[in-house]
Design a protein. Structure first.
Length: 334
């Protein structure tokens, strides 16, 4: 008999508004200048290279399989950490990523703006005058996801959707010359995590998770005695060996919680996390697009790895139909 249920077969950056506007304006000025100064011959990163960047300076480059130029701007550097602003060029064409790295820490980002990371950045060393960063190209075939915890800045708009620009004059040194420029202000991107969670919960996958959650909560009352009775009623023989209550119960899910992670300004991962006595791990990951309010991708993993929605949904209805408080413990024919 094939067992269809996996248990038996076998995880901010606060800013003052004025400071944010001034810093972001300087970022835009420097990155735009860097783009127009360097676009004629940007270095290409195809493996791993180390670069040294001083605060309020940037390093522009392109990846071997992406034609879009990319720039890293060091907003600040200290003895053990550095804050970076990162964007494709020209900077006004896309969102600005914000991340703070501690010494030895790495972050995976998508320089090309896709759902897969293509660049790893590691802070090798830092002090008040410079940061040393290791940049490593990530082939897309590896399907590495961008790191969580990346913030974003986006251009602000005023009434009627027109740009709301505060002109800021700033001076920066680039290639030995002094340039004065003007820039538009920016503000922190809106958080759509609540909308992503609502879309996920309203989908067929969210409905399945809600059903399973209710089943698991009800069946917490299952005991060894009631399990034996329920098992015998289903199969007409007593459970032994791997099917004993002591062997089955550690992997029976008791609750489901959710976690929302931003991948980009309008793309989120909603993870349904399953908790059992023996393990707590992701069970379902939904990739949610908050622009279209749609599920872009669904992946069952952990105790549900290898299962489809159809199979897991059918398993739920069979277990839910078992009388008593042990349905979630009982394997069903697959």
């Amino acid at each position: 008999m094939t067992m269809a249920f996996p248990k038996h077969r076998g995880s901010a950056m606060p800013m003052g508004s004025r400071g944010l506007l001034m810093i972001a304006a300087i970022v835009i000025v420097i990155l735009v200048i860097a783009y127009f100064a360097l676009s004629g011959g940007l270095p290409t990163i195809s493996s791993t290279t180390n670069v040294t960047i001083s605060p309020y300076n940037s390093f522009s480059f392109q990846l071997s399989d992406a034609k879009t130029p990319f720039s890293i701007f060091v907003k600040s550097a200290g003895a053990s950490a550095s804050t970076l602003y990162m964007s494709s060029l020209p900077v006004l064409s896309g969102p600005i990523m914000v991340v703070t790295l501690s010494k030895g820490q790495t972050v995976n980002v998508s320089a090309s703006g896709s759902n897969n990371a293509d660049l790893q950045i590691k802070l090798i060393a830092a002090n008040s005058t410079q940061g040393i960063f290791q940049l490593s190209y990530i082939p897309k075939i590896l399907n590495v996801r961008p790191s969580s915890g990346i913030g974003y800045l986006t251009s602000s708009t005023g009434s009627g959707g027109a740009p709301s620009n505060t002109t800021v004059s700033t001076t920066t040194v680039s290639a030995g010359s002094t340039t004065t420029a003007h820039a538009s202000t920016t503000t922190v991107a809106q958080d759509h995590s609540a909308a992503a969670l609502a879309t996920a919960n309203a989908s067929i996958y969210g409905g399945l998770m809600k059903n399973y959650s209710a089943l698991f909560v009800k069946d917490r009352a299952c005991t060894g005695t009631t399990y034996n009775v329920t098992f015998y009623a289903s199969f007409h023989f007593n459970p032994t060996g791997p099917e004993d209550f002591e062997n089955v119960s550690p992997t029976v899910i008791t609750s489901i919680t959710t976690k929302v992670t931003a991948i980009s300004p309008n793309l989120y991962n909603v993870t349904y996390i399953t908790s059992a006595p023996a393990t707590t791990e992701p069970g379902l990951i939904l990739n949610v697009n908050t622009n279209s309010n749609a599920i872009a991708n669904a992946t069952f993993t952990g105790l549900w790895k290898g299962f489809s929605f159809t199979t897991l949904n059918a398993t739920y209805y069979e277990q839910e139909a078992i009388s008593g408080n042990c349905g979630a413990y009982i394997p069903v024919p697959g």
